[in-house]
Ligand binder design. Structure first.
Ligand SMILES: Nc1ncnc2c1ncn2[C@@H]1O[C@H](COP(=O)(O)OP(=O)(O)OP(=O)(O)O)[C@@H](O)[C@H]1O
Ligand SMILES: [Mg+2]
Length: 357
């Protein structure tokens, strides 16, 4: 039996301190040995969003304990680790620096390779944690900071087909929740409230619905929610606005994904067309079911990571680490933290006033 790589993944890009040990079985299927996540939701709740300095301080306080627990829970010894993979970006620089420095120091002390991981690549590869997924595939990444359609052609090979020109979808969910008086992070709460409401009560705008290819825009939606929320008096109206918001998002994603399908097909000649939805918002069950329906209509295989791997976690960082380890893609210990690190480095920056679509 050949020795399979044992990878330690470390994540600290935003408000989750996480560590995971990952290996693979004889068939090459990834096996998660431990997956520890410490969320800082309670630290940031009263501020309605993540406060970078508080987040960094909390990472510093917890990182050694979280990594130790990941090693203990895995049943392996620290000396058995073959490589250490830390998130190097994108994210808050003060937060990234904690997990990155910790990973580098551990790699140096164990004399093992260090691997710098793009957090978004972690989300992109998260479905591989429980499925045998081969390249290429179309990815819809919907998270707290990003909303993009990407043609995933291989490890490190991404072609962006579309992106949000303003807010990320997770941000739109959180801002809507805040306007309705729901505590941060409100995205998951909106999904629950929407179940009790009438999705046809409020007509909300669908920015760039009929133009801009598969690019996305959610800022106008937030403004409309702001105006309506000022007039809301009852709980039922709150439920109705949540349901109308959820329905509008579903309609936008359905239409834009259909466009992304045809762009993906123009770039790839494949017999099995695969569509992956990843990132925190991919936990939303209604979004999952509408996109699954579209996949059935368009003859795509739909792939969603398990709910626990949609939000930030270190197993997905170790997953990227495992693939890079096998290709011997190691990094020097002077690798910098990168607050901005797009998956497709050649894609045009499409944000701000005056964006031409
Ligand atoms: N069920 C849900 N419905 C809608 N949104 C959700 C749901 N669950 C989580 N979210 C949203 O997902 C986001 C968090 O996702 P994630 O942790 O991937 O983002 P992030 O790491 O902050 O951003 P990024 O990965 O872009 O750097 C939050 O905005 C949260 O509200
Ligand atoms: Mg994330």
């Amino acid at each position: 039996m050949s020795k399979k790589p044992l990878i330690l993944g470390i994540e600290s890009s935003c408000d989750e301190t996480a560590a995971s040990l990952l290996t693979e079985n004889e068939q090459g299927i990834p096996t998660i040995l431990s997956n520890i996540i410490s969320s800082q939701v309670n630290v940031h709740k009263e501020f309605g969003g993540v406060v970078p300095e508080l987040a960094a301080r909390s990472h510093v306080e917890k990182i050694d304990m979280i990594v130790q627990k990941a090693i203990d829970d895995s049943g392996r010894k620290i000396e058995d680790i073959d490589a250490i993979a830390s998130t190097a970006g994108p994210g808050l620089i003060v937060c990234l620096s904690v997990g990155l420095s910790f990973g580098k120091a551990l790699a140096a002390s164990l004399d093992k390779p260090f691997i710098a991981v793009n957090h978004l690549e972690g989300h992109a590869l998260s479905p591989k944690l429980d499925s045998n997924l081969n390249y290429p595939y179309l990815l819809l990444l919907i998270s707290g900071g990003h909303s993009q359609f990407l043609n995933v052609q291989g490890l490190g090979k991404y072609k962006r087909l579309g992106t949000t020109i303003d807010d990320a979808l997770g941000e739109a969910f959180d801002k809507t929740a805040k306007l309705l008086g729901i505590e941060f992070p409100g995205g998951p709460q909106i999904e629950l409230l929407a179940k009790k409401g009438d999705p046809n009560k409020y007509i909300l705008p669908k920015p760039i619905f009929n133009k801009g290819g598969c690019n996305l825009s959610f800022a106008g939606l937030k403004t409309a929610v702001l105006k309506i929320s000022k007039k809301i008096k009852t709980d039922q109206e709150k439920f109705d606005l949540s349901a109308s918001f959820q329905k509008t998002i579903e309609e936008i994603l359905y239409k834009k994904t259909k466009i992304a399908f045809s762009e993906f097909e123009n770039q790839n000649k494949v017999s099995t067309k695969k569509f992956v939805v990843a990132g925190g918002v991919a936990a939303n069950k209604n979004i999952r079911s509408i996109l699954k329906k579209l996949c059935e209509e368009e003859n795509y295989q739909s792939i969603f990571p398990p709910i626990e791997f949609c939000g930030d976690n270190a197993a997905m960082i170790a997953m990227v680490g495992l693939e890079k380890f096998k290709l011997k893609q190691f990094n020097n210990l002077n690798y910098p933290a990168k607050p901005r690190w797009p998956l497709d480095e050649n894609a045009t920056f499409l944000k701000g006033a005056g964006v031409q679509l």
